[in-house]
Design a protein around this ligand. Structure first.
Ligand code: F6R
Length: 255
């Protein structure tokens, strides 16, 4: 695992976008896993500045709410369209988001999982982390080998995401999320984290026991993980574990 510690969210965006750009330059038809929420926004902003040809890139979103009306501005389908597809110039036909509006969401989840495999798997998956350790919408208690499925959002997640809606009651209660096992099949995982409020959970995820109680802890079992965090989010890390390299704005300081 490699951890980059940088000063702020803009620097997170610059470092993470550089990593994604390198993947696309070496594989112009790369399959990217894209995340929503606040953490990846500086990454997409910085990536737009690379002016890459992403017309052959395919992308899969991590998750989607169940039960929002089609075209709801806070549905992840719309967020991905605005922040990723249009901003970065992807072909809309190459971008998939779970079908949260499907008549049979369970079935849609299984089909989504299958479509990721059919695309050859994800080359690089961008991730954020929730305050309770979720990645995608795998809430605490999710099986470490879980597949894409319908999940119930934790109260804490709905509270955190209420900022995007008029009120807490408007935040959907269910979602379709890629499973932890699905995410772990991506060839490279890129976790971006900023803010003091994520410091404790980031430390628990990277240095604590691997457990369904902290879903992001499963990253410790993946062979190729890059974490890009600002100094606040990284402030409680104890990266003395074997195999962890910490870089502060570039040069390695500890192995
Ligand atoms: C979003 C997602 C979530 C977020 C997490 C952190 O697609 O899957 O796991 O990454 O909730 O959200 P922010 O970045 O808004 O703190």
């Amino acid at each position: 695992m490699e951890i980059f510690v940088v000063p702020d969210a803009a620097a997170i965006g610059a470092v993470a976008a550089g990593i994604i750009a390198a993947v696309v330059r070496s594989k112009p038809d790369a399959v990217l896993g894209v995340a929503t929420g606040g953490s990846p926004l500086p990454v997409y902003a910085a990536l737009a500045g690379h002016r890459l040809d992403l017309s052959r890139v395919r992308a899969f979103a991590l998750d989607e709410y169940v039960g929002l009306p089609a075209g709801h501005p806070e549905s992840y389908g719309e967020v991905v369209r605005r922040e990723v597809t249009e901003r970065l110039g992807l072909d809309p036909g190459h971008v998939r988001v779970p079908a949260g509006g499907a008549e049979d969401p369970e079935r849609a989840a299984v089909e989504y999982d299958t479509s990721i495999r059919a695309a050859g798997g994800i080359d690089l998956q961008l991730l954020g982390i929730g305050h309770n350790g979720h990645i995608a919408f795998n809430e605490p208690g999710s099986a470490l080998d879980s597949r894409t499925r319908v999940e119930t959002l934790a109260a804490r997640t709905r509270e955190a995401n209420a900022r995007y809606f008029g009120s807490l009651s408007e935040v959907p209660e269910r979602c379709i999320t890629q499973g932890l096992g699905t995410i772990m099949e991506a060839r490279h995982l890129l976790l971006v984290v900023h803010g003091q409020d994520k410091a404790a959970i980031l430390a628990e995820a990277l240095s604590g026991p691997v457990s369904a109680e902290c879903p992001a802890s499963v990253l410790q079992r993946h062979p190729h993980v890059t974490v890009v965090a600002d100094e606040s989010a990284a402030s409680q890390l104890a990266p003395e574990k074997a195999g962890v390299t910490v870089r502060v704005a570039g040069p390695a300081i500890s192995v």
